[in-house]
Ligand binder design. Sequence first.
Ligand code: SF4
Length: 556
Amino acid sequence: MKNADRTTTPTAGSRAPKQGRAKGQGQWALGHREPLNANEQFKKDDNPLNVRARIIDRYQYTGFDSIDPNDLRGRFRWMGIYTQRKPGISGGQTAVLDPNELDDKYFMMRIRSDGGQLSGEQLRAIAEVSTTYARDTADVTDRQNIQLHWVRIEDVPAIWERIEAVGLSSLEACGDSPRVVLGSPVAGIAADEIVDGTPAIREIVRRYIGDPEFANLPRKFKSAVSGSPAMDVAHEVNDLSFIGVVHPEHGPGFDVWVGGGLSTNPMLAQRLGVWVPLEDVPDVWAAVISVFRDYGYRRLRNRARLKFLVADWGVERFREVVETEYLHRKLIDGPAPETPGPGFRDHLGVHAQKDGNFYVGFAPLVGRLNGTLLSKIADLADEYGTGRVRLTAEQKVLILDVAEDKVSALTGALESLDLQVRPSPFRRQTMACTGIEYCKLAIVETKGRAGALVRELERRLPEFRTPLTINMNGCPNSCARSQVADIGLKGVLVPGPDGEMVEGFQVHLGGSLGIDAGFGRKLRGLKVSSAELDDYVERVLRRYLAQRTEGERFAA
Ligand code: SF4
């Protein structure tokens, strides 16, 4: 933990308010420093990083009911912990109840794994805290985190002690802060890698995670570094991404994308048009996040993402501000990376590493794991590899460094745990967010529903082998990227057979990432109840199978 007493006043970019400007959107750099909403107020009242000391020194002993509400529902997020939803509260009550009434006395804890890289020792530590303190829960998320549930405030310091002893942390895994930095799951091992981004990710984490300079952002900041030609970090929907590219004069480095994001007003990231060498990535990362901190809109939470600033300014002006006000030098113009063709970019299956070993990628059903399984995965990684494990940005897992003559035995061992190495397209590419089981914003159940849908589609359509993404969200927030799925399912309430409101989904069709990146079309009136979902998706897929032309993809 870095010193939280340092000022959060920006060191660059401060500007006096300009005469004649509109009242302002709470942009610090334009002089609008007075908090404009409750979130800005509690961040100003006390640096959120200071809440760690209160958890350790006070709350673990005084218990849930003693927690200051601004810590409980505000600053705790900077420590990667959220209150989880009280069981038994329906989706219909989500909007009408006071949010405080949705709080359970237990927490979700998000453990960050920057770059998705875990050692066997780290995996075992997570497994141990899961089984000891979190009722054996452990989901892998589409941002390469692992989420525990049922955590008590009394146990938080003990969990930190255990995971920090092996180099893990929940610091700034949530909150208006720099979230986990995504990385290619095959960084450093793939034969086709353009550049290994791991040193840059490590340096960003070392310098800036827990740095008070970046602990009061307008809202969350999602970033990624991948030197894989597979573009395997969903760069289109991050606030900032560095994507591997070869410059004709300067060699391997990174192309920079800014301003992507989903949820309401989804936007695809845009290229800054610059080439950045590996060693400069942390400085450019800091410059971009500084622009967000100083110029980002703080008045309205739903406009407080970097994408709105990039959309309003345009990338040319954004680049100019990065260069002139923060880096104080020009960046090198760079070429666009080649977008890979359609298909899978998730690294599942068995693949050769550049050192002659193999990596084996497998699919837990909709990212659902648990501590017991994590422990078994750690054992397998030790027995068949060197203990190294990677998480993907699609809720999947890889075991690295497997000798060729051990691949078959490892594959069999994983399959016996229902961790499939050659899964159906449905299991391979269906993701689900946390949903009503734990999330206070959820309107519908997701993990169990999506898992049941996968099993049912596997039973009904065993012949279906085309790549197809089905992403299910419990509310409009799009944590599981429903807006860029072939079939995107957004949780809503719909009229049931007797007129009562029941759980269902607004359907979006034809979204994708990659070569045809774009948002799915929300078909007017196309809502389906949760009970009818299997039949609906089967009908859509059978129609596609019957009507497609040779080679036609689902998204086409
Ligand atoms: Fe919760 Fe909505 Fe995000 Fe799902 S999409 S985890 S329901 S906020």
